[in-house]
Design a binder for this molecule. Sequence first.
Ligand SMILES: [Zn+2]
Length: 306
Amino acid sequence: MDRRPVSDGWVGLDVGGTKVLADLVDDHGQVLRSVRLSSRDGVEDAAGLEDVLSRALELVCDGARPRGVGVAAAGFVDAAGERVVFAPHLPWRDDAVRERLSTRWGLDVVLENDATCATWAEVEHGALAGVAQGVLVAVGTGIGGGVVVHGEVVRGAGGMAGEFGHTRVVPQGRPCPCGLRGCWEQYASGRALVARAGRAGERGGGVAEAARAGDREAVAAFEEVGAWLGVGVANLVAVLDPEVVVVGGGVAEAGDLLLTPARRSLAEHLVGAGHRVTPPLVPAVHGEHAGTVGAVALARRAAAAR
Ligand SMILES: [Zn+2]
């Protein structure tokens, strides 16, 4: 029998291509403790990655036993929440991850796509709380997101809904690693921002800092990327007619540098503009902890349903 004290907290693990973020989270979505480990150094296969997850879990729990674990993975998760089907930046390949981790840790585990988790974080404790119809666009290295209908995040038939980044905005446009051309994230992501600012290899935060200091190239990069963001958001609004569009992800931390040109562009490109309410484009509440907080919200819901 496990004699460790039972903690009041839950653990959220955000599993990205370069880092694992482990957060101890309470019932109200507050992060109590946080651990970050590299998932690149020495991680060559699924077993190596799962060793990193186990270490992160142990460190963040600090001897206590969590009530459950939510795993937010940067990849496609099947509709049953059992398998990581495809994850270009992770070593999991059509792999029954949830059950293996649950057995290894002796804990209840839920598994979900990271952007879907981030959307749940906003629904449960953020900018989408109380919203019946909404959208989250997560602008990071690429673009992910989630759709909220009747207060629930839509998963899609195969669990793959919300991959907005790979909708086409330019016919025969820039090539995308997904194999298509002209994908939205080639124009409106963090990668597009640093490339446009002539700062490839840097992070979006560096471009934001330069823009605030008056660097013209950096300001122009935000204008251009924000305008493309508005184009894609106009497409989403045409399809979904949401009450609000929430913009999250690392690039959204630039705030109005990104959102002001995006709002202008949304108003220009939205069908029926002038005859409808243009939904507000607002920043997400949860920054880099959105994935873990949302994964914990799902772990809590799963526990309540058992
Ligand atoms: Zn693509």
